[in-house]
Design a protein around this ligand. Structure first.
Ligand SMILES: Cc1ncc(COP(=O)(O)O)c(C=O)c1O
Length: 348
C-alpha cells in the first residue's frame, strides 16, 4: 500500500529522528518557576529573531493569541482583525469568553488590509466605541486567504496609524517564517512593525507542540500571567521546547521547498478540467482549489480519493485546501494531482 499523502494541513508533520534525539537530550526543570533551561533558550532565541525583549512558550497558537489579546486589552475593548482570520473565525468564542473583548472584522481580499481599511472600520463604529479599539491583529501569512503574505508596506502603514491612535498591533504569525522565506523580508523587520507577534512551531516547522509569543518584557510578563490563568503554566516543557528550537535552527530555510511544491501542485491542478485554482499565484504553502461542477457528494468524493491514500482539506467542499509541508515531496505532489485528476475524470 502506498504511503499516505496528507495535504490537509502543515500540522500533520511528525518529528524527525534528529528532532526526537534533541528532545530526548534536553535539559529540563520546572518551567512554571522559570527553571527550565530549554524553555528559556527557546524563548530567548525566539525573541532575538524578531528583535524583541522577551518570549513566552505556550502549548498552542490559540493560547498565544489569547494571551496576547488579554495582555493588550481590558474587558469591553475591541480588537480589529480580518473577518476571515483565525482569531475572528475560530478563536473568537475563547477570546470573547476569556479576555472579554469583541472582534470587529474587516472583509479584505486574501485577508490583507491597509491602514485605510482600519480607519474605515473605526469610522463606522459608534463614536463611543472608538476609544475602546485597543488592538489590531493581522495574520501573516493569512491561512484562509490562501497563505497570502502581508506586505511590509501595509504593515508599516497600519503600525503608524496604530501609534497615532494608541492602539497596539499584534501579528498572528503562525506561519511567519513562510512569509519571511517567500518575501525575503527578515523576521526582525516583521518584529519591528508590531508590538507583539506569535508563531507556531507545530505548523510548517515540523515540531510536535507549541507556539511562542514575543514582545517587550512587560508585555510578556502580562501574557505569562494570562497564560497561567488558563492553565498554560507548564512544568518540564523543555522536552517540547527543544523540538521547537531544533525546528527553528533546521527547518526554516527548507520552507522554500514547500512553496515550490505548492506551486507545482497548483500548476498540475490548473490543468485538470473541472478544477480551478482559487489563489493563483500561490504565494506560500497553501493551495485553494474548487471543483467547479462537483459530480460526487462529499462522502463519495472522500471514498474515491481515499483509495489513492491522498487527503486534502475538504471541510468547505467543493472548495478544497491543500497544504504542503516537510512530510511532502515532489513525488507526493504528482501522486496527489494524479489522484484528483482520476477522481474528477471518473465522476464526470
Ligand atoms: C493562522 C492561525 N492562527 C492560529 C492558529 C491556532 O493554532 P493552534 O492550532 O496551535 O491552536 C492556526 C491553526 O491552524 C492558524 O492557522
Amino acid at each position: 500500500m502506498p504511503d499516505p499523502v496528507d495535504l490537509r494541513s502543515d500540522t500533520v508533520t511528525l518529528p524527525s529522528p534528529e528532532m526526537r534525539r534533541a528532545m530526548a537530550r534536553a535539559k529540563v526543570g520546572d518551567s512554571r518557576r522559570g527553571e527550565d533551561p530549554s524553555v528559556r533558550a527557546l524563548e530567548e532565541y525566539s525573541a532575538s529573531l524578531f528583535g524583541k525583549q522577551a518570549g513566552l512558550f505556550v502549548p498552542s497558537g490559540t493560547m498565544a493569541n489569547l494571551t496576547a489579546v488579554a495582555a493588550a486589552t481590558r474587558p469591553g475593548d475591541i480588537v480589529i482583525a480580518s473577518s476571515a482570520s483565525h482569531i475572528a473565525g475560530r478563536e473568537e468564542p475563547g477570546i470573547a469568553g476569556l479576555a472579554a473583548v469583541a472582534i470587529a472584522g474587516i472583509d479584505a481580499p486574501g485577508g490583507i488590509f491597509t491602514a485605510e481599511d482600519v480607519a474605515d472600520a473605526m469610522a463606522q463604529m459608534p463614536p463611543k466605541s472608538r476609544p475602546r479599539v485597543r488592538l489590531v491583529s493581522v495574520e501573516n501569512t493569512h491561512n484562509a486567504g490562501g497563505g497570502t503574505v502581508f506586505p511590509l508596506a501595509a504593515l508599516r502603514g497600519i503600525r503608524s496609524l496604530c501609534r497615532k491612535a494608541s492602539i497596539a498591533l499584534h501579528v498572528d504569525g503562525s506561519r511567519i517564517f513562510n512569509a519571511s522565506i517567500a518575501s525575503g523580508v527578515p523576521t526582525a523587520a516583521y518584529g519591528k512593525v508590531c508590538d507583539s507577534l506569535m508563531f507556531c512551531l507545530s505548523k510548517g516547522l515540523g515540531a510536535p507542540v507549541g507556539s511562542v509569543l514575543v514582545g517587550n518584557a512587560d508585555f510578556i510578563e502580562e501574557a505569562r500571567q494570562a497564560a497561567f490563568r488558563v492553565g498554560g503554566g507548564m512544568r518540564q516543557a523543555g522536552i517540547m521546547a527543544a523540538g521547537g528550537l531544533y525546528a527553528l535552527k533546521h527547518n526554516v530555510k527548507r520552507l522554500a521547498e514547500d512553496h515550490a511544491n505548492a506551486r507545482r501542485l497548483a500548476a498540475a491542478l490548473a490543468g485538470i478540467p473541472g478544477l480551478e485554482v482559487v489563489n493563483d499565484p500561490v504565494e506560500t504553502n497553501i493551495v485553494l482549489f474548487r471543483w467547479t461542477t462537483p459530480a460526487l457528494s462529499l462522502p463519495a468524493f472522500q471514498e474515491a480519493i481515499a483509495a489513492s491514500r491522498v487527503r486534502v482539506d475538504d471541510r468547505s467542499f467543493p472548495l478544497f485546501r491543500a497544504v504542503t509541508h516537510l512530510g511532502i515531496g515532489r513525488r507526493d505532489i504528482d501522486r496527489a494531482a494524479a489522484a484528483l485528476r482520476a477522481v474528477v475524470a471518473k465522476a464526470a
